[in-house]
Design a protein around this ligand. Structure first.
Ligand SMILES: O=C(O)CCC(=O)C(=O)O
Ligand SMILES: [Fe+2]
Length: 270
């Protein structure tokens, strides 16, 4: 198996001070696995509040199985409550979506909605959102995959979970490995937008959620993930397809960077 630490714990104050060893650790985590632990400053009350909000919301409307988890079309087993950053910051005004009354009181309380960089200005509309996810114990043997293999669509994702079940595909292998939840830590991973912005140097790694291992499997698994996306002005724009060696190449501009997608099957250039 390739040697990779699962995952690293870069010490951010030292990174900011310019400590070479910690910078190397962060760089290694961002380029090899795309996942790392992040010491989080005690958001436990907030987490509990979000889970309670989602419990009340899900009592009104249960919906699972919106996505397939594998190539056979097997549906997922999770329930979600999603809150858009723009609505949270505009609350009690509506920015984009309407929510059940159980959601609104909590919307403006999420500190990670204040995450800000040049491409992620707090006041600029974007697709950033929080997902509160519930996966009930699986009645089936073997238990069903809860969320199928995927990469995250955004820049950075910040995940809080208490039970196991999150697995990453070990780079250059076919092995799935658990990422253990650690008290006082969030799990931070790189998504597709940051992988694109970096020209593929930063890694957006495949991951999935399976029912928690061992004795944990008897409990509902709750997790909260905040998915950041660049502001809407950092748009994606198709340029023009062209043919190359029997392939169609679709260049597009994303956040000012030109990227190229190659389709294996030749299509008529657009
Ligand atoms: O619940 C988890 O542990 C991970 C969820 C996840 O990967 C996602 O929502 O994109
Ligand atoms: Fe994910």
């Amino acid at each position: 198996m390739p040697s990779i630490n699962f995952p690293e714990f870069p010490d951010y104050p030292l990174v900011v001070e310019g400590n070479e060893a910690e910078i190397d650790k962060l760089w290694g985590a961002a380029t090899k696995l795309g996942f790392r632990y992040l010491k989080s400053r005690g958001p436990d009350d907030l987490l509990e509040g979000m889970f309670q909000m989602a419990r009340e919301t899900m009592l009104r409307r249960e919906a699972t199985g919106a996505n397939a988890v594998d190539a056979t079309g097997q549906p997922d087993t999770v329930e979600l409550v999603n809150v858009a950053k723009d609505d949270a910051l505009a609350w009690p005004k509506k920015a984009r979506h309407a929510y059940p009354s159980t959601v609104n009181p909590w919307n403006s309380n999420i500190p990670s909605f204040r995450y800000s960089t040049k491409r992620h200005l707090v006041d600029e509309y974007s697709g950033s959102e929080t997902h509160v996810i519930k996966n009930p114990p699986s009645p089936q043997e073997p238990p069903k995959v809860a969320i199928g293999a995927h990469t995250d669509f955004g820049s950075l994702s910040f995940l809080h979970n208490r039970l196991g079940g999150l697995q990453v595909l070990v780079p250059d292998s076919e092995d799935w490995q658990y990422i253990k939840p650690l008290p006082g830590h969030a799990i931070c991973n790189i998504g597709d937008a940051l992988a694109l912005f970096s020209g593929g140097i930063l890694r957006s790694n495949l991951h999935r959620v399976v029912p928690p291992p061992g004795w944990q499997a008897q409990f509902d698994r709750w997790s909260l993930v905040y998915l950041t996306r660049p502001g809407n002005s950092w748009f994606t724009r198709r340029v023009k397809n062209f043919r190359m060696k029997n392939r169609t190449v679709s260049p597009f501009i994303y956040g000012g960077i030109t990227c190229k997608l190659r389709h294996d099957r030749a299509r008529k250039p657009g």
